[in-house]
Design a protein around this ligand. Structure first.
Ligand code: C2O
Ligand code: CU
Ligand code: CU
Length: 476
């Protein structure tokens, strides 16, 4: 069966918002899609990998005319793709060449917090650096790196501080899936910007407390991109790296595609669809089969009716590989009987956003949970319909979606997740467990809502060190 709708409540789609900025097709020449380079390690042994990651300023020819001033990781805009292998120990030298404090957050990595995780408690000041070490112990996925200093996460991500990272494991590597990076396996980072005078971005001028958006689609840091297709099947690793915007994806000819993975794992089974909504911070991986097209054809990826990316079909070898019916077994550990359901509410709009009625404070721990124990969390969007969809995200863990208002989760959210979209008035129950300890944030991933205080933090307690103290600054 092929799914041909977007699952979510249409009344809550972002285009109903009073401040909605419609996407517009760029009137600039088409350009080849930027494929971020793979970041090379400084050093590598059988068990350890060493990388230097530099947050830097730059400028990029995005539009005809003036170059745009941008920020990025080891690149002028966005960043190089890091490839992590499960089981390896990673040593990172994090360097800040920006004019202000930043942090390096690994969105989707289950690594200790708050320092390795890189949230607001792990500042790197201008001209300084920080070294962190962690082990990769999670299934294959597409995760990302972004800045996370409170409360200027949104502005720094808007400047360009966001990059994809691929986690590999033996299981995923054994499956017949496209994985020739840049050829048939490509990251597709979906963002939007507004170009002001001289092609510059101006976050402050565009500011909206419910999320900043711009009319121009920017894909992997390319305006009006095309991609040359040279294989019958192409794997697209979508990352919604926008501050606010939802992308409602579909192809020309209503081309059917197959979703194989979500945020933090493969899906249990491939899901065939013609429409896919991706909310801020989510990742969705699909395989597109261009078998019915011939050289010279063009297949267009749209959000609503605006073209995002054009696939130019070239000669390719026929590919008859069949996707396995089973891709992944999602872990489903039993809930601990001693832990009652934990309730989280996402409250308010505009400047009044909050979580459980409170605004985030860096030096307040809102909840404690034992490491290794499994608990149900009930996440409620208290905005009545037709309010907005909040993307709820947790650091340091991979969770399983259990139910939506008592009903089964959507078929494409049956793998491990770190971000789940909550419709207005909806309760989404998720199963949460941590295998690392520390202090972790959880929040709405409309980044202006997060900066505005729709965020809280929990301490995951390691039974071997229950009294561990954390240095929690407060500059909010
Ligand atoms: Cu993308 Cu607090 O994270
Ligand atoms: Cu995160
Ligand atoms: Cu929100």
């Amino acid at each position: 069966k092929v799914i041909n709708h977007y699952f979510y409540d249409e009344a809550a789609y972002d285009y109903h918002d009073g401040g909605y900025v419609p996407l517009e097709e760029p009137q600039t020449p088409e350009k080849p899609l930027n494929i971020p380079e793979i970041l090379k390690p400084d050093k590598e042994t059988a068990t350890d990998m060493y990388y230097t990651i530099v947050a830097q300023t730059g400028e990029v020819q995005l539009m005809p005319g003036e170059k745009t001033k941008t920020w990025g990781y080891n690149a002028p805009l966005l960043g190089k793709t890091v490839v992590f292998k499960k089981g390896k120990t990673i040593h990172l030298h994090l360097v800040n060449h920006l004019p202000e404090v930043t942090t390096f957050h690994w969105h989707g990595l289950a690594i200790p917090g708050p320092i390795e995780d890189g949230g607001c408690h792990a500042p790197v000041y201008p001209g300084e650096s920080r070294d962190v070490t962690f082990k990769i112990d999670q299934p294959a996925a597409f995760v990302w790196l972004h800045a996370h200093p409170c409360p200027s996460t949104a502005e720094q991500v808007w400047h360009g501080l966001a990059a994809g990272a691929i986690v590999q494991d033996d299981h995923e590597s054994s499956l017949p899936l496209p994985r020739n990076y840049g050829v048939d396996d490509i990251p597709v980072i979906l963002q939007d910007r507004r170009f002001h005078e001289d092609n510059q971005w101006n976050y402050r001028e565009d500011y909206d407390p419910d999320g900043v958006a711009g009319p121009t689609p920017m894909i992997n840091g390319t305006i009006n991109p095309y991609f040359d297709v040279t294989t019958q099947k192409v794997r697209l690793r979508f990352l919604n790296g926008a501050n606010r915007r939802e992308f409602r994806l579909h192809f020309s000819d209503d081309l059917e595609f197959t979703q194989i993975a979500g945020d933090l794992s493969l899906l249990p089974h491939p899901v065939k669809m013609t429409k896919l909504l991706i909310i801020c911070a989510e990742r969705q991986e699909i395989i597109v089969d261009f078998g019915k097209y011939k050289p010279g054809d063009v297949v267009t990826l749209y959000s609503d009716d605006v073209p995002l990316l054009r696939f130019r079909i070239h000669e390719f070898q026929p590919d008859t590989t069949v996707l396995p019916e089973t891709l992944f077994e999602t872990p489903d550990p039993a809930v601990d009987k001693d832990l009652p359901v934990h309730h989280v509410t996402l409250d308010g709009m505009d400047e009044a956003v909050a979580m459980n009625g409170k605004k985030f404070k860096m030096d307040r721990i809102d909840y404690k949970m034992p490491m290794g124990k499994v608990q149900l969390w009930d996440i409620c969007n208290t905005n009545p319909a037709p309010g907005m969809i909040h993307p709820y995200h947790m650091h340091g863990t991979a969770f399983k979606v259990v139910s939506r208002n008592g009903h089964a989760p959507y078929p494409n959210e049956l793998g491990l997740k770190d971000t789940v979209a909550i419709n207005p008035g909806e309760h989404v129950v998720i199963k949460v467990w941590f295998h690392v300890s520390g202090v972790f944030m959880y929040h709405c991933h409309i980044i202006e809502h997060e900066d505005g205080g729709m965020m809280a933090q929990l301490q995951v307690i390691d039974p071997a060190n229950p009294d561990k103290k954390y240095h929690l600054m407060n500059h909010m």
